[in-house]
Design a protein around this ligand. Structure first.
Ligand SMILES: Nc1nc2c(ncn2[C@@H]2O[C@H](COP(=O)(O)OP(=O)(O)O)[C@@H](O)[C@H]2O)c(=O)[nH]1
Ligand SMILES: [Mg+2]
Length: 89
């Protein structure tokens, strides 16, 4: 129940704009792969961080919304959790 009520912060944007770098900076850990190559993040990456005055928050890194790879198209089609979230953005 506690897990369901936890606030979630999603990082969305085009490929290669620094989304994974941002989640790594927020968590202070290498939780998501950062690369020059667009389309490196193929699956959502979640990490729980503690925000002072707020408490535990789930931060979520996502593939680029313009990811045209086979997996990206699969996500964009709404087949996975990311696709469903992107439909709402
Ligand atoms: N110049 C600059 N490059 C950045 C910055 N943040 C990330 N990068 C670089 O941009 C590229 C893509 O970063 P990444 O975090 O993988 O982007 P993502 O595809 O949105 O997850 C990598 O080569 C990073 O080193 C930034 O603030 N400034
Ligand atoms: Mg990424």
């Amino acid at each position: 129940m506690v897990k369901l009520n936890r606030p979630h912060i999603g990082i969305f944007g085009k490929m290669n704009v620094g989304k994974s770098s941002l989640i790594n900076a927020l968590t202070g850990q290498d939780v998501s792969v950062v690369a020059d190559q667009p389309g490196t993040t193929t699956d959502p990456v979640k990490k729980i961080i503690e925000i002072l005055g707020v408490g535990p928050v789930t931060v979520l890194d996502t593939p680029g919304i313009d990811d045209t790879s086979a997996l990206g198209a699969h996500h964009a089609a709404g087949a996975g959790a990311v696709g469903k979230m992107q439909e709402r953005v």
